[in-house]
Ligand binder design. Structure first.
Ligand code: DLL
Length: 433
């Protein structure tokens, strides 16, 4: 049975949703014009005033916001409310440059937690469930967002945060956790550890997982589902737009419903900025129509994906976004060819390898090199060099046909690639160092 947290909104007829979006967009543009000098200036430069925005059909007239605007306006330049009305900040885990600092009023937090509650109920959660939140707590939005959503659903919430994998497993077993929330790479690690402890899927009380914050393949989903004996649901979001819960998967597991009463999605050509027709692949752009303290207008996420309005069997009417391939800035350009780490992951999992790998890119004698280190499972492990060479060649062939270029593949011993407790670091690009 499909469960909804706010069925009247999640299953609203399309016309009703458009009417709501129109009304909220007009109001939000006025809010931003009146309160965010930085964006008002951008609008003036483009010759747009709030009077030009009468409905979502006028959205394309508004200027984009980019990550570099966030850097320029850091820390207070994009605030829509005075600091005294804000109650919280959250921040990105960005490793380069200034972090994004997002502000929230109590109302912003309330709506954000509603979005996370929708995701938990879509994964089958009820007030009878025990929900273990193993996303990091603190500045990262994963822990606080899912924690709030879990409370709203009425689950017993276990705020373990990430790390200390043995303790995670102890709580799952002792408190009979039924829902696990963490990054997919951490879920895989927890699964691997449970397997080593001799636990079989039927001995693990979990029934569902809500995994996101990084790109993960369909093959990795299968792998996690099999190891933990659960249904694994994708969840998407970003700090700039509140955090997790911008979109989430339902029982159909064929893309994530975008919470369209809060976020209007567009797909644009990342090179020209032109809006692409429905169904085309491109860069995802969001306009937040309910956020007060940190209102984002036409924010370019750099995530590459496709939207679908195909009718969903779950009954929700909100548009779905397909799994993002990764950020356009995660895309590697190697010898002129575009390569996404997720494509390499797909090949590895298809050949029965775990998703423990590292991609090392370098430039030697003016030529780009692509090295992929792949961990063997304990069952595959061998010191027969002929066998290893054969397997490496098999993976090189598989990757050549997926990517169009040949990498160098090195098989490494089990447990030699560092595990991640949050977002996995898959790529080391020495060209940038
Ligand atoms: O990762 C928020 C989040 C927390 C989402 C927990 C889901 C679960 P940031 O740290 O700001 O926020 O990173 C946002 O992560 O632009 C995507 O590139 C990527 N991302 C997030 N969810 C997914 C997903 C959180 N399900 C950035 N699939 C986004 C692919 C994802 N990429």
């Amino acid at each position: 049975m499909e469960r909804y947290y706010q069925p009247e909104i999640e299953c609203a007829p399309r016309e009703e949703m458009i009417a709501l979006q129109n009304e909220r967009l007009v109001k939000q543009v006025k809010h931003v014009w009146d309160n965010v000098a930085y964006y008002r200036k951008k609008m003036e430069e483009k010759g747009v005033t709030p009077d030009d925005i009468k409905s979502i059909d006028d959205l394309h007239k508004l200027p984009f916001l980019t990550k570099s605007d966030l850097r320029d306006a850091y820390p207070y330049g994009l605030m829509g409310k005075p600091l005294k009305e804000c109650v919280r900040i959250q921040s990105t885990s960005g490793t380069t440059g200034k972090r994004v600092v997002a502000f929230y009023t109590q109302h912003d937090i309330d709506l954000w937690e509603d979005c996370c509650a929708r995701a938990i109920m879509a994964a089958g959660g009820t007030d009878e469930d025990v929900c273990q939140v193993s996303y990091g707590y603190g500045l990262f939005t994963g822990g606080p967002g899912l924690n709030g959503g879990s409370h709203k659903v009425g689950c017993l919430t276990i705020p373990t945060s990430s790390g200390n994998t043995e303790r995670q497993i102890m709580f799952i077993q002792d408190l009979q956790a039924t829902i696990l929330c963490c990054t997919p790479s951490y879920a895989a690690y927890i699964g691997e550890t449970m397997k080593e402890m001799g636990l079989t899927p039927d001995q693990i009380p979990l029934k569902a997982g809500i995994f996101g914050a990084e790109a993960w393949s369909e093959e990795m989903r299968q792998d996690i589902q099999n190891t933990l004996g659960i249904k694994a649901y994708d969840i998407y979001g970003l700090t700039e737009l509140s955090g997790p819960g911008v979109s989430f998967e339902c029982s159909a597991q064929t893309g994530m419903h975008i919470n369209e009463d809060h976020f209007i999605a567009e797909i644009i050509d990342p090179d020209t900025g032109e809006v692409l027709p429905e169904g085309a692949q491109g860069e995802l752009v969001f306009t937040a129509i309910t956020k007060e303290a940190f209102p984002m207008m036409r924010y370019r996420t750099r995530d590459i994906c496709r939207l679908s309005r195909e009718k969903c069997p779950c009954g929700r009417t909100h548009v779905k976004m397909m799994k993002p391939k990764g950020r356009s800035d995660d895309m590697l350009i190697i010898r002129g060819v575009n390569v996404f780490p997720s494509q390499i992951e797909t090949v590895l999992l298809n050949y029965g390898y775990p998703a423990n790998y590292q991609i090392i890119v370098d430039r030697v004698n003016h030529t780009d090199t692509l090295d992929v280190h792949v961990e063997m499972t304990p069952e595959m492990f061998t010191d027969n060099l002929g066998e290893i060479a054969k397997r490496q060649k098999e993976l090189v062939d598989g990757m050549r046909s997926m990517l169009g270029i040949s990498p160098k593949v090195t098989l490494v011993a089990p447990k030699t690639i560092a595990r991640s407790e949050g977002k996995a670091v898959r790529v080391i690009d020495k060209r940038k160092i």
